[in-house]
Ligand binder design. Structure first.
Ligand SMILES: O=C(O)c1cccc(C(=O)CC[C@H]2O[C@@H](n3cnc4c(=O)[nH]cnc43)[C@H](O)[C@@H]2O)c1
Length: 232
C-alpha cells in the first residue's frame, strides 16, 4: 500500500487502507468512467469523474474536483491510440510522462514545440514510484502493459505521416490521447502526484474509426482499475 502527500489541511497521509488518501480519477467520457467504476467495485476511496474530451475540459474538471475534495493522487484514465510496435490494441499503457505534443507553432523549418519557442515545458513527469508500482502490479496480474511517454493531442492522428512525425519527435512514445497533459497540469499545480493510464483501442496512424476496439479497451480499463484498488 502506497501513501501520497495529501492536499488536505488536516495532516499527512497515514499508512493503511482506512486512512489512505483518496485518489481522483479523471476520464473524458461516461463510458470510460463507468468502466473504471466497475473495476473499482464500489470503493469509496476513489472518486471518478468524466470531465469531457480535450485538455481544457480535463484541466478544468480536475481543478474543480480538487477544489471540492481532498486527494493524495490524480490519475488521467481512458482509452487511447497506441503507437504500432509499442502498445497493441487491448493492452495498457502507464505514462512515464504526459506531453502536450501539438502545443507549439508550425514554422518553415517544421513544427516547433512551445518549449523550443521559450514558453516553458510541455512535459509533466508522472510520479515515478507510482508508475513502477502500478506497472508491476498490472503485469503481475497478467495484463499486457507497457510504460512510455503518452502524447496529449488536440487532433487525433489520422495519417501515417503524422504518426511518423510524432514518433520521431518523441522517441519511445507509447500512446496518444487528448487529456493527460491537462489533468497533469492541474494536479501538479496543487503539488499532487499524477499518473496517466490508457487502454489501447486503436493504432496511431491512418484513420479507420470502424476498426477501433472500444469494447476491448474498456474491458482492459476495467481490469486495470481493479488492480489500482490493490496498489494505491
Ligand atoms: O463510442 C463509444 O462508445 C466510446 C466509448 C468510450 C470512449 C469513446 C471515445 O471516443 C473517447 C474519446 C477519447 O479517446 C481518446 N482517444 C482514443 N483513441 C485516440 C487516438 O488515437 N488519438 C487521440 N485520442 C484518442 C481521447 O482521449 C478521447 O478523448 C467512445
Amino acid at each position: 500500500m502506497r501513501t501520497f502527500p495529501n492536499n488536505s489541511s488536516t495532516g499527512a497521509a497515514v499508512e493503511g487502507q482506512a486512512s489512505a488518501p483518496r485518489v481522483l480519477i479523471v476520464t473524458a467520457v461516461a463510458a470510460e468512467r463507468d468502466a473504471v467504476l466497475r473495476g473499482l467495485q464500489g470503493s469509496g476511496r476513489f472518486h471518478v469523474v468524466a470531465a469531457g474530451a480535450g485538455t481544457a475540459a480535463a484541466a478544468a474538471g480536475t481543478a474543480a474536483a480538487l477544489a471540492a475534495g481532498s486527494y493524495g493522487c490524480v490519475i488521467s484514465a481512458g482509452i487511447g491510440g497506441g503507437f504500432p510496435g509499442v502498445a497493441s490494441i487491448g493492452s495498457l499503457v502507464v505514462a512515464s510522462e504526459m506531453i502536450a505534443a501539438d502545443l507549439g507553432a508550425e514554422t518553415p523549418e517544421g513544427f516547433r514545440s512551445a518549449a523550443e519557442l521559450g514558453f516553458g515545458s510541455v512535459t509533466v513527469p508522472a510520479d515515478s514510484g507510482t508508475v513502477q508500482a502500478v506497472t508491476a502490479a498490472l503485469a503481475a496480474a497478467g495484463l499486457n502493459v507497457s510504460t512510455g511517454p503518452v502524447l496529449t493531442v488536440s487532433t487525433a492522428t489520422g495519417t501515417a505521416e503524422t504518426a511518423a512525425a510524432l514518433a520521431a519527435r518523441h522517441p519511445g512514445a507509447a500512446a496518444e490521447a487528448m487529456e493527460g497533459h491537462g489533468v497533469a497540469v492541474a494536479a501538479v499545480a496543487l503539488g499532487l502526484p499524477v499518473l496517466e493510464l490508457r487502454a489501447i483501442s486503436n493504432a496511431v496512424g491512418p484513420r479507420d474509426r470502424a476498426a477501433w476496439k472500444i469494447g476491448e479497451a474498456l474491458e482492459a480499463l476495467e481490469a486495470a482499475a481493479a488492480i489500482l484498488l490493490e496498489v494505491l
